[in-house]
Ligand binder design. Sequence first.
Ligand code: MIC
Ligand code: SF4
Length: 645
Amino acid sequence: MGLTLTEKILRAHLVDGEPIKGQEIGIRIDQTLTQDATGTMAYLEFEAMGVPRVRTERSVAYIDHNTLQNGFENADDHRFIGSVAKKHGIHFSRPGNGICHQVHLERYGIPGKTLIGSDSHTPTGGGIGMIAIGAGGLDVAVAMGGGAYYITYPQVVKVNLTGKLSPWVAAKDVILEVLRRLSVKGGVGKVIEYCGEGVKTLSVPERATITNMGAELGATTSIFPSDEITKQFLEAQGRGEVWSEQSADPDAVYDEVVDINLSELVPLAACPHSPDNVKSCEEIGKLKIDQVCIGSCTNSSLLDMMKVAHILKGKTVHPDVSLSIAPGSKQVLNMMADMGLLSIMIAAGARILESACGPCIGMGQSPNSGGISLRTFNRNFLGRSGTKDGQIYLVSPELAAISAVTGYLTDPREIGEMPEFVLPEKFTVNDNMIALPASEDEAADVEILRGPNIKPYPETAPLEASIEAPVSLKVEDNITTDHIMPAGAKILPLRSNIPAISQHCFTVCDEAFPTRAKELGKSIIVGGSNYGQGSSREHAALAPLYLGIKAVLVKSFARIHRANLVNAGILPLTFVNEADYDAISQGDVLELADIRAKVEAGETQFTVLNKTTGKEIPVLCELTGRTKDIMLAGGLLDYTRENLK
Ligand code: MIC
Ligand code: SF4
């Protein structure tokens, strides 16, 4: 029986476990990436492990999230990360060099290799045939130290692409269509593999848009084959030598098949406040808009910018609209300047931002009150833009650009004839904003620059014999990490300061939560399904840890967040009967009797007693050998320290 591409790469990297669907496996990691908002913590954890030099083939630290230096904090963090990188053998992509995923695709990604990154959109690398997975910072730190990365051996979904996109219909519409069909939880436990004749019609940047936003499906990752088009892209980047062909066997067997005829797709938009709330332009109608933002790791490639410039040429941004554009990398920005695209955009009235995440993570450009904003980004969760009642629609760059001119949500097919957009044969390669690490001999002399904002990892403790604690918060379905640990320009600078950032934990849902939880000393959170969807930020586990959360009991978890809870030593529990969610109220006291002994004995199902109502509630706590030991030790850091001894 033939193998899928996913299985081939995973099997070639298998270091622990059996390749059986649903079972945990450990894989060897060839490359890692971090960004600054998760990186400070990841490097503090890496330092705590005491490994002098990274043991991967390539590790890169990017500065792209916290680039608004409104106070000393972010600049201090950049210097800290830069110095750690220099000392420990890590390439350092300096602020201004671009968004981690865009730059990694351009300069570092290699088909057939494994990559984990402390950012949920790491699957962008799947656009060139890598198994690229988003993970918590601690998992990335362990991988930098040479440790395996653990995932559930996934089911593989084949997305069979046929046909060819019609003019002005974009790669963004492909992933929006997949989201419309599968939903934000449709990819949990799965890898999405793109196959079929239609693959050949998509360039690497288009493929990367699709794998990038596969994160919104909750999927482990998404992947395209590596073919002649991949080869051309890598050659144009001056990296042709790293190319290899990567594809599934012709007789590969998939767990599910989704057929998409590219020719039938139309321009789409994800409406507020979820990436799977997808509608066509026709269904939405003539919506008046206030803002347009073009950029983010989903849509900031040179190809995207070529299309945007073509649409803006000779036009003026509508008087009621603010248009901002953030090119994905220094390479993109530089080439835009050389090709004259930048001056077209400036002339049209676009506000050009630096090559960074920017508005995507609420670092500036928050819309006006109740403002309607079209963005080429990947997430439109409530409040993420920085404006609580902002209405964010996720769209293609083509749709965004034409709408910025007309002032309302416009079907880009109204533009008329579309020229052929051809990527240049050679990209401008200039890696002068990547600082190389010190040699092994010089590394000892490199001083780590630690600013006052950098506080240590919160205290952990081995799993207690029994837990009795009140429910400090009860929340509904689809809680995102932006609810648990909001981002934005005001809060992000506290990413390396857990005591300070904890004061913002869950404040989107309940302003009083941090104070209440801290006063209770220890407590439990109850939630609905797909709890923790969205980002990889381990702060969504570390802040609850600091606030004394001992367990989280929900209908179901999102993959990365569940792993982050385990890594932080917080028990992840799920209801056996989802209806029992209604049998617990905020304030009820729950008891998990003899929990340590039960976990130690490998029991995965036990009862939680609601001491307030007297009801016994069956719950699952599926911890396998390794995750069980992590939980008993009080988290991955303690476990790794013990195992490194
Ligand atoms: C995001 O898009 O939500 C982020 C900001 O890139 C996060 C990482 C973080 O919170 O630092 C992600 O996607 O993992
Ligand atoms: Fe940055 Fe936005 Fe991409 Fe996250 S989704 S890495 S914030 S551009």
